[in-house]
Design a binder for this molecule. Structure first.
Ligand code: NAP
Ligand code: MG
Length: 403
């Protein structure tokens, strides 16, 4: 069989620990036999980041900007213990944070759904994608705790020297105070990424804030989204038959629970943090959660939402065969290959991604899966738990038989 040819390379960002092992196995067993894979390779494994003083991460992010599509393996975000374990020169920043800052992107998280693992919310039939605005608000807030009572004010001093002050409260103590901010430019980037991703995936977009209470702060989010939608995306949404829908966060929560899924829910930073944990837990497993970073210009970086699965890696180093779930990492590859195919007009590549995803889902639905999923299955008697390689081989079998 002739391999599928590619035009533009994918930006390939390798990573750490167990996911680095899976990365190679996925390529060897599921991709290289069928695709004449073209990638520009960046090793984001911790030793190489340390050797290059993290330059490799910046180079990889710039390559993603240049070519438009990247696929990333999970990477270690070093802490004190990792600095010792790897003898690092510095406690390097999180690669995801570095890449996100360079691409100015928003992260969209979507669960992979299979029919033998039921979501906690019975009526969720289609995936719900959460888009979290990962800048500002309480994550960059300044806080004061005071035992004494008194007056708190909020003062802004402009570069022109002009000032504006409002009284926050005048109360007896003890009490707590918090000051937070966001930037129009960041909210605009967030809005563009959301509208673009809705178009790319042909799904409705929901956005929610608390603008009835927060009449300037949250109102700004609402108005920016509305303005950008009307000016740049409305016509395209109408052409595709998808909708943009704004509602209050409380109303959104109630509607999400009653919905059957199949839409994108854009959230402010804190709402997105909390709601993405709720949605992913309700759908089942972190190992089945995919993630894509979308920049306001429309560059895409695909990855799994989970980390490097350290505990499994230590067992692997002892010579044990681990049952680590490769699904989210496989779907990072298929997501990136499909997007590359779409941009370069290579339908063979898009079909390959569709077929491979179907083979993965069919394999799990036939009862063959890794241990983490076996524990979630309602009908345990129909399940065969396998190790990672066993799973990949089963998928390859299904894929090549086309069933
Ligand atoms: P993790 O790697 O996601 O793993 C946490 C636990 O979840 C695992 O020990 C495992 O549970 C289960 N799990 C996660 N993915 C799985 C899979 N594919 N198959 C089976 N089980 C899976 O999170 P962590 O242990 O907190 O972090 C480990 C390293 O990853 C850290 O160095 C962190 O910095 C990094 N990290 C990277 C990213 C990223 O690159 N995007 C994201 C998060 C964390 P059991 O052990 O009970 O089987
Ligand atoms: Mg969280």
């Amino acid at each position: 069989m002739e391999k599928i040819r590619m035009k533009t390379p994918l930006v390939e960002m390798d990573g750490d620990e167990m996911t680095r092992i899976l990365w190679k196995q996925i390529k060897d067993i599921l991709i290289l036999p069928y695709v004449d894979l073209k990638t520009e390779y960046y090793d984001l494994g911790l030793p190489e980041r340390d050797r290059t003083s993290d330059k490799v991460t910046v180079d990889a992010a710039n390559a993603a900007k240049k070519y438009g599509v990247a696929v990333k393996c999970a990477t270690i975000t070093p802490n004190k213990q990792r600095v010792e374990e790897y003898g690092l020169h510095e406690m390097w920043k999180s690669p995801n944070a570095t890449i996100r800052a360079i691409l100015d992107g928003t992260v969209f998280r979507t669960p992979i759904i299979v029919n033998n693992i039921k979501p906690v919310v019975k009526n969720w039939e289609k995936p719900i994608t959460i888009a979290r605005h990962a800048f500002g608000d309480i994550y960059k807030a300044s806080e004061i705790r005071t035992e004494e009572g008194g007056t708190a004010t909020l003062t802004f001093t402009g570069i022109s020297g002009k000032t504006e002050t409002v009284e926050i409260c005048n109360l007896p103590g003890p009490m707590v105070l918090q000051g937070q901010f966001n930037k129009d430019s960041s909210i605009r980037s967030f809005a563009h990424s959301c509208f673009r991703y809705a178009i790319a995936t042909k799904q409705d977009l929901w956005f929610s804030t608390k603008d009835t209470i927060s009449k300037k702060y949250d109102q700004t989010f609402k108005l920016i989204f509305e303005e950008i939608y009307n000016a740049e995306y409305k016509a395209k949404f109408e052409e595709l038959g998808i909708s943009y829908f704004y509602t209050l966060i409380d109303d959104a929560v109630a509607r999400v629970i009653r919905s059957d899924g199949g839409f994108i829910w854009a959230c402010k930073n804190y709402d997105g943090d909390v709601m993405s944990d709720m949605v992913s837990t309700a759908f089942g497993s972190l190992a089945m959660m995919t993630s894509v970073l979308v920049s306001p210009e429309g560059n895409f970086e695909y990855e799994a939402a989970h980390g490097t699965v350290t505990r499994h890696y230590y067992r692997y180093l002892q010579g044990e065969k681990t049952s680590t779930n490769p699904m989210a990492t496989i779907f990072a590859w298929t997501g990136a290959l499909r997007k590359r195919g779409e941009l370069d007009g290579i339908s063979g590549l898009q079909n390959f991604a569709d077929k491979l995803e179907k083979a993965c889902i069919d394999t799990i639905e036939s009862g063959i899966m890794t241990k983490d999923l076996a524990l979630l299955c309602e009908d345990a008697s129909s399940v065969t738990a396998v190790d990672s390689e066993g799973f990949l081989t089963a998928v390859a079998g299904k894929f090549s038989r086309g069933t």
